[in-house]
Design a protein around this ligand. Structure first.
Ligand code: PMP
Length: 417
């Protein structure tokens, strides 16, 4: 079996015909060596300091240690906030290091109940369930709610966790944010399925753009479909008080199921589903990944503190928006191509997988840590460098990023004059 390493992507190694997983792994290792040798395997570097605007990083072949970091989803910088760290430590002091059991049989503590109520109230709703990751919040709840009689209608750019959730049901996808295509699917699938659920992100994780929620709510109501919204990247970032796209459109009550993660602006780890009390009660006992898995550790008490701080210290969101605008303006004046981003995710479109990897490595040489996003996360022609801005970046650090890009443009000719 031969794979063309120069043009291959991770996807080519998923299921190689005629070989067993040990042979896949051998071939994969050869590929990793090939890519590493060429400076194209810019993933999984060892970070040696806390999550922040500058990190200590070990990059093979590069001497420097300190890098301006644009890879973190800790958009408000709360992982380093003294009040949040203090809450996590106090949680461990009071309850110990682990929860010790799954929720139905001993692992459901008062701090879990408080967090569930707090996140429901954050979205002006009455009930929520938490999961140990945002990934399982999506995959587990969809698997519990949609079966082979049903249909999930997905924006093509939804997160991998939603795709995985749909393995037990039928799916139809519409091109990203294409409302005519969504309407066509809703019209043509009428009376064919028991339940139809449209599933979208609020902020899309690769483009940073927003879902047209008003139009989607209208279509779901008109055609009798439920709506599930994952606003992992919008919460704490979008809307006047950080409730995400539902706040921006003032559609708190119209979205049937809201999901999200505690791993981004909430500065810890975990996920949640907010919905009607009966649906939440159903998920508490029918969602397999919830019922058969241990609950979050006592350190997760810090999430409740983070939820409070979003309201108590709005200055972090203000600073984040200042930084987002500063970086986007900077890229535009350099002539770089970006997306219609309205969030803290700022991509620069490169369009060629190998050039993308080369640029990622050049940025590292210049002391900038950004992510190369390639197929299958995006289509091949949409290869890009994705950067995430934090409230705790200083303008001088963002200037360093812009200077590095100027150097990259000179070296690679990325911007055509
Ligand atoms: N939804 C979206 C849109 C995401 O981008 C991610 C992860 N980055 C998740 C869900 C999963 O969240 P977690 O990291 O908490 O598993």
């Amino acid at each position: 079996m031969k794979i063309d390493f120069e043009n291959a992507s991770f996807k080519d190694f998923e299921n190689i015909p005629g070989l067993d997983p040990y042979a896949w792994a051998d071939l994969w290792s050869e590929y990793v060596d090939y890519k590493t040798l060429r400076g194209q395997m810019n993933y999984r570097f060892e970070v040696q300091s806390g999550c922040g605007p500058v990190v200590k990083l070990r990059v093979p072949g590069i001497e420097r240690q300190d890098f301006v970091s644009l890879v973190s989803n800790d958009y408000l910088g709360f992982t380093q906030h003294p009040k949040i760290k203090e809450a996590a430590i106090a949680g461990i002091e009071k309850y110990g290091s682990g929860a010790g059991a799954s929720p139905a049989i001993g692992g459901h503590y008062d701090f879990h109940a408080e967090l569930e109520m707090k996140i429901a109230r954050f979205f002006k709703r009455d009930a929520a369930i938490t999961f140990t990751t945002g990934y399982t919040a999506n995959s587990a709840s969809i698997q519990a709610l949609l079966k082979k009689e049903d249909l999930a209608i997905l924006d093509m750019a939804v997160h991998a966790s939603v795709q995985e959730g749909c393995l037990l049901t039928n799916t139809k996808s519409f091109p990203h944010n294409d409302m005519e295509a969504l309407e066509r699917i809703l019209k043509n699938s009428k009376d064919t399925y028991r339940t139809r659920m449209v599933i979208i992100d609020g902020v899309y994780s690769q483009d940073g753009d927003l879902a047209p929620l008003d139009r989607i709510v209208e279509l779901c109501k008109h055609y009798g479909a439920y709506l599930m919204l994952d606003d992992a990247h919008g919460t704490g970032v979008i809307g006047k008080t950080g409730r995400g796209v539902i706040e921006l459109y003032d559609l708190y009550k119209e979205v049937d199921i809201i999901t999200g993660t505690f791993s981004k602006t909430f500065a810890h780890i975990g996920g949640y589903v907010v919905a009607s009390p009966n649906l939440i009660s159903f998920l508490k006992f029918q969602s397999r990944q919830h019922i058969f898995s241990a609950t979050a550790t006592p350190a997760s008490i810090c999430i409740s503190r983070a939820i409070d701080l979003i309201d108590e210290e709005p200055q972090w969101m203000d600073k984040l928006h200042e930084n987002m605008n500063y970086l986007k303006q900077g890229f535009m004046s350099l002539g770089l191509k970006t997306t219609d981003t309205k969030s803290a995710i700022v991509p620069v479109l490169v369009g060629n997988i190998n050039q993308n990897a080369e640029i990622c490595h050049l940025l590292l040489q210049a002391g900038i840590y950004a992510n190369q996003i390639n197929y299958p996360a995006v289509s091949r022609k949409d290869a890009r460098i994705r950067m995430s801005v934090m409230a705790t970046h200083e303008f001088s650090q963002l200037d360093k990023v812009l200077n590095a890009w100027e150097w990259v443009i000179q070296k690679t000719g990325l911007v055509k004059k």
